[in-house]
Design a protein around this ligand. Structure first.
Ligand SMILES: Nc1nc2c(c(=O)[nH]1)N(C=O)[C@@H](CNc1ccc(C(=O)N[C@@H](CCC(=O)O)C(=O)O)cc1)CN2
Ligand SMILES: Nc1ncnc2c1ncn2[C@@H]1O[C@H](COP(=O)(O)OP(=O)(O)OP(=O)(O)O)[C@@H](O)[C@H]1O
Length: 228
């Protein structure tokens, strides 16, 4: 197991420490390979655990997460009416928030969904509303058709396979959210959505990993960034 990568020293101390300690790009390639191997194994383990949940437990976790998310939208964004919220169409046992998507649409929130239009490129977000005719995108994920409006999210939900208490997310390994967040300016407020049982002590953050603003599980807010 690799050591955690530690590069987030406070900038005020930057002059006092070796530059290769501070520089996040100074990751050693052998360690990066170890981390990638470890992540592949953890994705398999966490996905198998999630797949093994009973339908009842999965639905209960989804309903509890939806309630937690209503609370965050109300506390942080006064409900978010008029704002663009990017959600997700559940795949592979992810918590199902489609009921919340419809309800938030009715409440005046503009709902968008992520689309992989070009592999290994940033995600595109397209407008969704209940009843929209979806098409099959990459990996057969249902997505809005190309003529649906392209939007920039104010708030972006990021489904996680695993998460840690520093706000980092493990996804399916495509790097799509990191690539997208690295590009979007201004960056949306990001909320990781996952199961409490998917907690890891660290994902061994790499230079390309961007921490989320909030990590939310069925048990509530597990992490919030101090200075979003
Ligand atoms: N519901 C949902 N929609 C989403 C995401 C997500 O995490 N959840 N994404 C968040 O980024 C994007 C899609 N990212 C994905 C990346 C890889 C795989 C996937 O199935 N990978 C295969 C193996 C790799 C491959 O085929 O190249 C696998 O895991 O079996 C799926 C979605 C956009 N839409
Ligand atoms: N900003 C970026 N620019 C280019 N490539 C990137 C970027 N971010 C991540 N990647 C690539 O994506 C690969 C997988 O990243 P990572 O393990 O963080 O995926 P993930 O966050 O689990 O996936 P996803 O976001 O699709 O669910 C990395 O090895 C890297 O090559």
């Amino acid at each position: 197991m690799p050591d955690p990568v530690r590069y987030a020293s406070p900038p005020c101390l930057a002059a006092e420490i070796a530059p290769d300690y501070f520089d996040p790009l100074a990751t050693n390639p052998e360690q990066a390979r170890d981390v990638a191997r470890w992540r592949r194994a953890e994705r398999i383990r966490l996905r198998a655990e999630r797949d093994a949940l009973s339908v009842v437990n999965r639905q209960a976790a989804g309903a509890a997460l939806a309630q937690q998310l209503r609370q965050v939208l109300s506390d942080r964004f006064d409900g978010a009416a008029g704002m663009v919220l990017s959600a997700y169409w559940p795949i592979k046992g992810e918590p199902d928030l489609r009921g919340l998507m419809a309800e938030q649409h009715e409440a005046g929130v503009i709902i968008a969904l992520p689309v992989v239009e070009v592999r290994a490129s940033p995600l595109v977000f397209r407008r969704w509303h209940p009843g929209l005719h979806m098409i099959r995108g990459n990996w057969n994920i249902p997505v809005p058709p190309p003529e649906a409006d392209r939007l920039a999210p104010d708030v972006a939900l990021a489904p996680v396979v695993g998460w840690d208490s520093a706000g980092f997310r493990l996804g399916y390994g495509g790097g799509y959210f990191d690539r997208t967040l690295a590009r979007l300016a201004p960056r949306p407020f990001t909320i990781g959505i996952g199961l409490q049982a998917a907690q890891l002590s660290t994902i061994f953050p790499q230079p390309h990993d961007i921490p989320l603003d909030v990590i939310l599980t069925e048990a509530g807010v597990q992490f919030q960034r101090e200075d979003p």
